[in-house]
Design a protein. Sequence first.
Length: 65
Amino acid sequence: VEFQMTYVIKGWIKVELEGTGEVTLRPGSILMLPPRIKHTVLDYSDDCEQLELIMPVKYDTIEAE
């Protein structure tokens, strides 16, 4: 994608970012991803709520096995 921003409202989410490693986001955290960066959602809390803005709206996702 060309633009991706995540804002954590509630709970937490752990992601792994290409070239950075693991990052844990908590309420109030904002993550702006560079275009086309590879990343993986590793885990998230049961009560996780986030706002995610992505452009373009249609994009391909590769599911981890």
